[in-house]
Write a protein that binds this ligand. Structure first.
Ligand SMILES: [Zn+2]
Length: 277
């Protein structure tokens, strides 16, 4: 997976160094905690495994369904939260609800981002989306190194995917909303993205390897797509009992029937890489 990633990247080391956007320092042969609480070894064949560039040209048209901009704008109420944040677990319907676009870049948003990083580190995550803490807005945070003070903290507001690689790779994913569940999911190896930062400044970049994986997982959350939606039947069968246990836990906690059931779930072809259900 790492070996071919360089072909998709358009920066040289020097342009990378000059970039204002240096979210990722991808070290050679580093052990990274992948998606949540698992260790995966990545080896980069190139010392300059450049993960992003802001200089590529974005396509003129929105190329994917998810790029539609007619998403409703979040109100102050949509962005209201109480501290400390708590992780929303499957099958809470919040994880399937529509996520609104953010157009207010204020101190409340900064505080939300800080608190999302806090709970992400506390729960040994490397990525977290706003619906996972109960806010249905287009916001994600991640740090592929997963340690405070190491790697880079990335904040993406209203992200869009503008391009993705044809090459697909399998990867063992976890999710903070599915504690203890890990399974293979196939996704494009690299993506091009545009987004706003926490101050509202728009920027674009490319991701590959683990950061691309984390981004795509979190991006799916912003479309109401969960990682088991992308598993094959065989993989899903293996984690089915754990998903049913989460449904039971939800029913016991809320007194409500589970809003979705894995025993009636049919694996559909979710549009490649991204897209809505
Ligand atoms: Zn997740």
């Amino acid at each position: 997976m790492a070996a071919s990633s360089a072909t998709l990247l358009h920066s040289s080391s020097s342009s990378f160094a000059a970039s204002r956007f240096l979210p990722f320092i991808f070290r050679r042969n580093i052990l990274l905690r992948c998606d949540f609480r698992q260790l995966h070894r990545f080896s980069s064949t190139s010392g300059s495994s450049i993960l992003l560039s802001k200089r590529f040209k974005l396509p003129g048209a929105s190329v994917y369904a998810q790029a539609k901009r007619d998403v409703e704008v979040a109100s102050a109420a949509d962005l209201y939260f109480e501290s400390p944040l708590e992780i929303v677990e499957y099958p809470d319907p919040i994880l399937r609800a529509k996520n609104k676009r953010i157009d207010t870049f204020d101190d409340n948003l900064k505080k939300l981002v800080d608190e999302m990083f806090d709970i992400m580190y506390k729960t040994d995550g490397i990525g977290l989306s706003a619906p996972q803490v109960g806010l249905n807005v287009q916001l994600m945070v991640f740090n592929p190194v997963g340690e405070r003070g190491e790697g880079e903290e990335i904040v993406l507001v209203n992200p869009r995917v503008t391009k993705y690689s044809k090459k697909m790779v399998l990867f063992d994913e976890g999710c903070l909303s599915f504690p203890g569940i890990y399974a293979d999911v196939k996704r494009p190896e690299s993506v091009k993205i545009d987004a706003r930062d926490v101050t509202g400044v728009r920027f674009a970049f490319s991701l590959s390897e683990l950061p691309a994986r984390v981004f795509q997982h979190e991006f799916d959350h912003l479309q109401g797509v969960l990682f088991f939606d992308r598993m094959t039947n065989e993989v899903l069968d293996r984690v089915r009992p754990q998903l049913q246990a989460l449904e039971k836990k939800y029913e016991d906690k809320t007194g409500q029937p589970s809003p979705e059931r894995i025993d009636t779930f049919k694996v559909e072809k979710v549009p490649v890489g991204f897209g809505t259900r």
